[in-house]
Design a protein around this ligand. Structure first.
Ligand code: NDP
Length: 477
């Protein structure tokens, strides 16, 4: 009997996705470069289930019904190329390769082209949700051949997360679009986490909140506009006592140096390439970099002064509400940047991304899942060609009200010497975006002065250049 689906790569993600696929009624054939991993899988998690394991790649390919649908869950980069190279000689025209790894979108664009030449359908899909999502239902952002997507759509929808019974899996557009959307998703995940962490630090250092109080604040926030997976797990984190230092919180004993796998950085790099502002994600990446300078920071903390920490004199209730509003509003700014970035990429690569649909697939399975994604969907339903989320009626109302709280919170943090790079860049973005005039007129004058780069005028059409030195010489005389 031929198997319905093939999975290559049986570490954390591949193994759990394979189990997920099998649990939806599919027969699954599996392959892993190192056969021991396959054997272990068959002896343990896969025991008694509809799996076939293969030691040789040719047997793996031969075990699949045609057109073959093969999900690759291997290390991104060269290992993915190496895996494709071993598969290719055994594949037939019309077979479908689905790369579910965290692949850089430009690699997906290239592979898509190469596979097209060989008559193989290629789908590059973002899979979000980590180990738990892979097993129970991830968010799936698939880009590539539309025809091939339609063939595997029932499978991808079956294994994906569901919100109100709607699957969190969708076709995003051609070639690298799925991996691009996943990359921006990961960047947004960085900024969501950083914004929450900055607010936590104010609660802890200004309001001197205990773990129990922090838990209560986040649990309460999770019932309203901020309702999301990251707020929920943050509330949980403040309840976890340390097993080593009894009577203390685990989070207080964790080294304040953040790791990263680089996908947040990719989002920033792409924003720079496209010429779109992506300051909040970028500051969040920098915040992780500076956290990694632990030894230097310890030294500097003894050498460099900040303001004297003053006891907070204001109303605690008022500050809590300001923090809640500041967090929600800065999160909105971050999504506004993320969706604007996807808009620019969509234009650049002709992807025709459907932003409302993207918001919908982010609602379940993935780390950034949140109630407010429904509001983004509604905003794009109201105006599919919306320039910026901040201009939608719902988000505009929030912005016009909550910006005041964000200002108060940032001012307080500055007074207390607490770094809030992501919150501050959210406000700087907002204030720049809503400004009819920016000081770029002076930049243009400077550029024209030293480099004759020319400038345009507010009051008439055309390109102008001024001999600035003559003017200054005259005024000097
Ligand atoms: P890894 O990224 O650690 O990848 C391990 C797999 O890649 C193994 O099957 C390994 O085979 C194979 N592999 C490594 N090098 C090569 C090579 N040179 N040639 C052929 N195969 C190779 O595993 P994960 O399960 O963590 O992730 C799988 C993919 O999913 C990655 O692209 C990852 O970025 C992505 N992803 C991971 C998430 C997570 O939370 N972990 C979330 C979403 C996506 P062998 O056993 O022989 O070494």
């Amino acid at each position: 009997q031929l198997q319905n689906v093939g999975v290559v790569g049986l570490t954390v993600m591949g193994k759990n996705l394979a189990l997920n696929i099998e649990s939806r009624g599919y027969n699954v054939s599996v392959f892993n470069r190192t056969y021991e991993r396959t054997e272990k899988f068959l002896e343990n998690e896969a025991k008694g289930k509809n799996f076939v394991g293969n030691e040789k790649i040719e047997d793996f390919v031969a075990s699949l019904e045609k057109p073959r649908a093969i999900l690759l869950m291997v290390k991104a980069g060269k290992p993915t190329d190496a895996t494709i190279d071993t598969l290719l000689p055994h594949l037939d025209e019309g077979d479908i390769l689905i790369d579910g790894g965290n692949t850089f979108y430009k690699d997906t664009i290239e592979r898509n082209e190469k596979m097209k030449e060989r008559g193989i359908h290629f789908i590059g899909t973002g899979v979000s949700g980590g180990e738990e999502g892979a097993l129970n239902g991830p968010s799936i952002m698939a880009g590539g051949s539309k025809e091939a997507y339609e063939h595997v759509e029932p499978l991808l929808k079956a294994i994906s997360a569901k919100v109100n019974e709607e699957p969190c899996a969708a076709y995003t557009g051609p070639d690298g679009s799925g991996h691009y959307v996943k990359m921006v998703h990961n960047g947004i995940e960085y900024s969501d986490m950083q914004l929450i962490s900055e607010v936590y630090f104010i609660l802890k250092n200004v309001l001197k909140m205990s773990g129990e109080e922090l838990h209560e604040v986040f649990a309460e926030w999770n019932k309203g506009e901020l309702d999301s997976y990251l707020i929920e797990i943050t509330a949980d984190i403040f309840k976890k006592e340390d097993d080593v230092n009894k009577g203390t919180l685990l989070v207080d004993n964790i080294l304040d140096t953040a790791g990263q796998k680089g996908t947040g950085k990719w989002a920033s790099q792409s924003a720079l390439d496209l010429g779109v502002p992506q300051s909040i994600i970028t500051e969040s990446v920098y915040a992780r970099f500076i956290s990694a300078l632990k030894d230097e920071r310890v030294k500097a903390s003894k050498e460099l002064n900040g303001p004297e920490a003053e006891e907070f004199q204001g109303s605690k209730e008022e500050l809590l509400e300001q923090l809640r509003q500041a967090l929600y509003f800065s999160k909105i700014c971050s999504y506004a940047q993320g969706f604007a970035q996807m808009g620019k990429a969509s234009e650049e690569y002709n992807w025709n991304l459907d932003y409302g649909n993207i918001a919908m697939i982010f609602r379940g399975g993935c780390i950034i899942r949140a109630q407010f994604l429904q509001k983004i969907k509604e905003a794009y339903d109201r105006e599919p060609k919306l320039d910026n989320l901040l201009l939608d009626s719902y988000f505009k109302n929030i912005a016009n009200d909550y910006h005041k709280s964000l200002r108060k919170v940032i001012a307080l943090a500055i007074e207390q010497g607490i770094a809030v790079p992501a919150l501050s860049s959210a406000l700087a973005y907002y204030d720049s975006y809503r400004s009819e005039r920016l000081p770029a007129n002076l930049l243009q004058a400077q550029r024209d002065y030293f480099g004759a780069h020319t400038y345009q005028r507010l009051d008439k059409e055309g390109t102008f250049h001024t001999e600035w030195q003559e003017i200054t010489q005259k005024t000097d005389q």
